[in-house]
Write a protein that binds this ligand. Structure first.
Ligand SMILES: Cc1cc2nc3c(=O)[nH]c(=O)nc-3n(C[C@H](O)[C@H](O)[C@H](O)COP(=O)(O)O)c2cc1C
Length: 443
């Protein structure tokens, strides 16, 4: 069975830049309304989807033209609200759907991270996941929320960040620390709550953890870094790896090799290679027939904001394409932002890039699911399904794509577990498996 995760970001639109102009899109305003988000959560749960992933960033994209003007003009992942504050509301109207929140190891402290995720894991009865990111937005540094390190150093800090949160989640509170013994007037046995006394290069954290253990203790961990250092980090810590390789659509051999290399790296960390779900990003434009899907594509494309996509590219990579002729190859790249995006477009033109932004999969329900099936045969475990417009694209996933996947026995027909880790990875007790690096801190 494959895994499916819905995708969004608490902004008017995340990747489909320009769709705020589309009268069928309700998220230009809906992104700041609880009922809009609750509608998506209920829709995804109706489709038995594993989780709802919410991306997040910490600064406005200001690389293109050395200015934030394009980001504002074209609503390039701005304005935005905080997805962590939204999760409880969506959890309250669902019972099985997981929620995967993005949280930066560059711009936050591990102690507050541990408390936020434990709290959400309590509130959701074990349905929380964490998209561990090292942030690439230099503009965030100016807001006083942390220091921007270089690309690989950000991952070193993230590694130490993980050690701290594992200690807080797994070893600080013993499982029977809370006794609630009225006769002895003792709520918690202090001998069973421990300081962690972490002292490292980036963090000094005494502990103990503020929260008593939640069902999953460590949230289900996702990661999306695609560079050499990013993959090293992801294959060590992640239980779900998000991949965003438009090139996969063109190159089956590249994809198969990349996935087997990732699985090998997972086993080099002492983990079972299939204990990590490799989830590929896909943006379907789907309709019952091919003709309708192609018409829908033409209709959606008219709202595209080309310059907005260049502002997004600048934000992602730190590369300013303003003034470059649209048919001149992009040569001057740097690797300080998202390396795989910079490398993918090196030597290609802006015109070529814009023709694939966002990288969609267009077709009838049957054609889109055929394509998904082909990708599965290359080793992908599931999909992160990006919307073109909201909530309509999520409804298409649930009403068109999922029934076809179920008909082909590729997707569940009921939830088997109550936790996210149970539904995604089959964990019976909700805890990370014994070979995961968090488990070594578990008493
Ligand atoms: C599919 C995908 C999703 C990502 N989502 C976020 C996000 O929501 N917020 C964020 O700050 N970074 C996000 N990142 C950025 C990564 O955390 C990382 O900073 C970036 O990819 C650079 O590392 P790399 O060169 O190893 O890929 C994402 C990356 C990818 C590939």
């Amino acid at each position: 069975m494959i895994s499916l995760v819905g995708f969004s970001q608490c902004v008017p639109h995340s990747q489909a830049i320009g769709q705020w102009k589309n009268p069928e899109d309700q998220f230009s305003e809906g992104y700041r309304q609880l009922e809009s988000w609750c509608h998506i959560a209920k829709t995804l749960e109706k489709g038995l989807v594993d989780g709802f992933f919410l991306a997040d960033i910490h600064g406005i994209y200001d690389v293109y033209g050395n200015s934030r003007d394009a980001a504002h003009r074209y609503a390039v992942q701005t304005p935005g609200v905080d997805p962590m504050l939204l999760t409880s509301a969506m959890a309250n109207v669902t019972t099985h759907l997981g929620f995967i929140n993005t949280y930066s190891t560059t711009f936050h402290a591990p102690y507050e991270c541990a408390r936020a995720f434990s709290s959400l894991d309590h509130f959701t009865n074990g349905r929380i996941g964490w998209n561990i990111v090292t942030s690439y937005t230099h503009s965030a540094e100016a807001n006083g929320i942390g220091k921007m390190l270089n690309h690989d150093k950000r991952y070193d800090r993230a590694d130490e960040f993980m050690d701290v949160v594992y200690k807080l989640w797994e070893s600080s509170w013993e499982k029977d620390a809370v006794i609630q013994d009225v006769e002895k007037d003792a709520h918690t046995d202090p001998c069973k709550v421990h300081e962690i006394n972490h002292i490292g290069e980036h963090f000094s954290v005494k502990g103990p953890h503020m929260c008593e253990p939640s069902i999953q203790r460590t949230p289900v961990l996702f990661q999306a870094g695609a560079s050499k250092r990013g993959s090293e980090f992801g294959t060590k810590h992640a239980e779900g790896i998000f991949m965003e390789y438009p090139r996969f659509f063109e190159d089956a051999e590249f994809m198969t090799n990349k996935i087997s290399k990732l699985r090998k790296q997972v086993s080099e960390h002492g983990r079972e290679p299939h204990s990590v779900k490799i989830m590929m990003a896909i943006t379907p434009i789907v309709a019952p027939s091919e003709k309708e899907a192609l018409e829908k594509e033409t209709w959606l494309k008219q709202f595209n904001s080309p310059e907005g996509h260049l502002a997004l590219f600048g934000g992602h990579t730190g590369i300013d394409l303003e003034g470059l002729d649209y048919d001149t190859p992009i040569e001057n790249i740097n690797l300080e932002g998202m390396q795989h995006i910079a490398l993918k477009w090196k030597g290609k033109t802006i015109t070529q890039m814009l023709s694939q932004r966002p990288p969609t999969c267009v077709g009838s329900t049957k054609q889109v699911v055929d394509r998904m099936e082909e990708l599965i045969s290359y080793g992908v475990d599931g999909f992160v399904v990006h919307p073109m417009i909201q909530p309509q694209s999520h409804e298409d996933l649930v009403n068109l794509i999922i029934p076809e996947l179920q008909k082909r026995k590729l997707f569940r027909t009921k939830y088997d577990h109550s936790t996210l880790r149970g539904n995604l990875l089959g964990s019976e007790d909700g805890l990370s498996d014994s070979n995961h690096p968090s488990a070594k801190y578990r008493p």
